[in-house]
Design a protein around this ligand. Structure first.
Ligand code: UT7
Length: 362
């Protein structure tokens, strides 16, 4: 069976830091309240020179470097984001414009669960044999949509990007199991109003709309505690593992109380749970790949380790997977890395059959 090993990882966060002390000066809150209710101490906020593109590109370059590849070696770029810099074109095309190459490129929208969804999608392309190397990015700049007079949301979010490179291997590496779920009826509990509501023609239809993230914190909290545990347990079982086999849990970094609840369901001690939300807050689709990066760089992920990823967020959606860490079986020799770009037979046939500027029948 062909698998998709993670062979490179990168991350980027803006330089600007927003601490709990800063927030105390902006809204009626306290470091004590934020720390005890969420675990967050500070977060990174985009400045005038940052964007979802700039953070994604920085993370992607580092991931490619670590894998020993260039953008020309990549077949497909998938960017998970709910805060693209443009609605047209895709965030993935903006990233590719900076990186170079001609890889296929598209975005995937599943909010905070987006990276795990995108990892599942990218892995499928490798597992089916359609592609050999896929770049998966999770990036969000949600603070651009946060109302900094609303204390119930402005304390939570930060900005960032994380990226991984997937490469084909015949060894059991990469995503071993996938759990994807959504409860679309819960969309009203966490959302940013659509831009359709802000064009002049619709202003009268939607007078109450404001371009800020809206959240029912308690509802999302209850949902998160339930699905994070359930999805993590299911991912472990689907991979044919037991809780004892799990070397590291990398959960979506939203709230320490939610992370603790998920860890309890897997009976994992604190040292087997990667936590960085104290430094970055909730970075949405970037939170899991940033945590993967930090755990890998800290030497906590070793060849053959079993890592459980689990995320939840707007949708309401959730996603989990068991990943076997390591690069066993990945081709490292220059000859197999420098293969020419292959144009598929159907694409070649279509290009020959259709004169430029005309539409094929049917
Ligand atoms: O990726 C998914 C993103 N979303 C989430 O993960 C959100 C999940 N939910 C949560 O993390 C929690 O619900 C929050 C951290 C947002 C809120 O914590 P909570 O324990 O559920 O607080 P609460 O909403 O029940 O509010 C308790 C009290 C309220 O005051 P009263 O009505 O009891 O007087 C709030 O007005 O805390 C008040 N409050 C605050 N006080 C100080 C709410 N926000 C703040 C604040 N500082 N920043």
């Amino acid at each position: 069976m062909r698998n998709a090993a993670i062979t490179g990882w990168g991350m980027a966060v803006p330089e600007r830091v927003l601490t709990n002390a800063d927030l105390e000066r902006m809204v009626e809150t306290s470091d004590d309240w934020i720390t005890s209710r969420t675990g967050i101490k500070e977060r990174r906020i985009v400045g005038p020179n940052d964007s979802t593109t700039s953070l994604s590109v920085a993370a992607a370059r580092e991931a490619l470097d670590k894998a020993g590849l260039t953008a020309d070696d990549i077949d497909l770029i998938v960017v998970a984001t709910c805060t693209p810099d443009q609605f047209l074109v895709s965030q993935a095309c903006l990233v590719q414009a900076e990186l170079g190459g001609n890889a296929g490129a598209f975005d995937l929208g599943a909010a905070c669960s987006g990276f795990v969804y995108a990892l599942a999608v990218g892995s499928q392309f490798v597992q089916t044999g359609l592609h050999d190397r896929v770049l998966v990015i999770g990036a969000d700049t949600l603070t651009r949509f946060v109302d900094y007079t609303d204390r119930s949301t402005c304390i939570l979010f930060g900005d960032g990007a994380g990226a991984v490179v997937l490469e084909a291997t015949d060894a059991p590496r990469g995503l071993l199991s996938t759990v994807l779920g959504a409860d679309g009826a819960g969309n009203k509990h966490l959302y940013i109003p659509g831009w359709g509501a802000f064009v002049p023609e619709s202003a009268e239809l939607f007078p109450e709309y404001r371009p800020y993230l809206q959240m029912n914190g308690q509802e999302v909290f209850r949902f998160a505690v339930r699905v994070m545990g359930d999805a993590a347990v299911e991912a472990v079982a689907k991979a044919g593992l037991t809780f004892d086999d799990v070397d590291m849990l990398i959960p979506h970094q939203a709230n320490m109380r939610i992370i603790d609840a998920a860890a309890r369901r897997l009976a994992l001690p604190r040292e087997k749970v990667w936590v960085n939300l104290d430094r970055y807050g909730n970075t949405s689709a970037a939170s899991i790949p940033i945590a993967i990066y930090e755990a890998a760089e800290a030497g906590k992920l070793n060849e053959g380790d079993n890592v459980v990823l689990v995320a939840f967020g707007g949708g309401l959606a959730w996603a989990a997977g068991a990943v076997r860490w390591g690069v066993e079986g990945v081709c490292r020799d220059a000859a197999c890395r420098q293969r020419p770009v292959v144009v598929s037979e159907p694409a070649r046939a279509l290009a020959g059959a259709v004169p430029a500027g005309t539409m094929p029948d049917g």
